[in-house]
Ligand binder design. Sequence first.
Ligand code: IPE
Ligand code: IPE
Ligand code: MG
Length: 256
Amino acid sequence: MAASTSLHPMPVASLPRHVAIVMDGNGRWAQKRWLPRVAGHKQGVEALRGVVRACVERGVPVLSVFAFSSENWSRPAEEVSGLMDLLVMALSREVPSLEKSGVRLHFPGDRSGLSPRVVQGLEAAARDTAHNDTLILNVCFNYGGRWDVVQAARRLAQQGIEITEETLSGATALAHVGDPDLLIRTGGELRISNFLLWQAAYSELVFTDCLWPDFDAAELDLALSEFARRERRFGQTSEQRAGGDTESAEAGQRHA
Ligand code: IPE
Ligand code: IPE
Ligand code: MG
């Protein structure tokens, strides 16, 4: 993990309310073992199960994961169809236990372009878990940050609603949750890859070399403790934060 070692004057030791993760590195995990890439994606589902459980245990109320990007369509057809099959299979297998743990599923992303079988799978899983409230799990599928901003702006324009930061936030695909406090990317790449472009304006970023299938509760704890060491200023000075004048700056970043 690219952990910061700087000593902040005012560490904010707190649990993030919303953790977002770019789950990257499945292909390399598989290739290292001479396995097909889809085997890495399968192992990635196992890792996600563990991280969901860890979030529930630690009391993190919102988890958003990047499962398939707008750009992932350009992968080999075999991998794309493998990912679609895996999603449908994972949902039918995992929903009963997610249900029991109080996890509510949402699938932010562009439904157009997804097959009816996939859309039905997403909608059934969202419906079957709609009454849960322990953890909101956003599985961002066929999601792109640019798509999200454009669809939100288009919707507001169609309804004749003035575009402001607040109305646009309220029209994004993640309007049901606040902005992510912590954005983790596994797999060693130092980029956002079109994930939550709008919502991550003030997220704390943590990058780790750990490949997603190897990411477990201990790795999550490393990221959570890195987050706890950060001083979030939201444009203010350290002195203002220390003086307790934090409300207005944070309100501007958290519309949900
Ligand atoms: C992330 O793992 C999963 C998806 C993008 C669907 P990758 O498949 O990108 O794994 P690497 O980056 O090739 O190792
Ligand atoms: C980002 O990973 C998308 C997901 C994890 C779903 P990619 O592997 O697609 O990102 P790039 O291509 O390395 O930027
Ligand atoms: Mg990748």
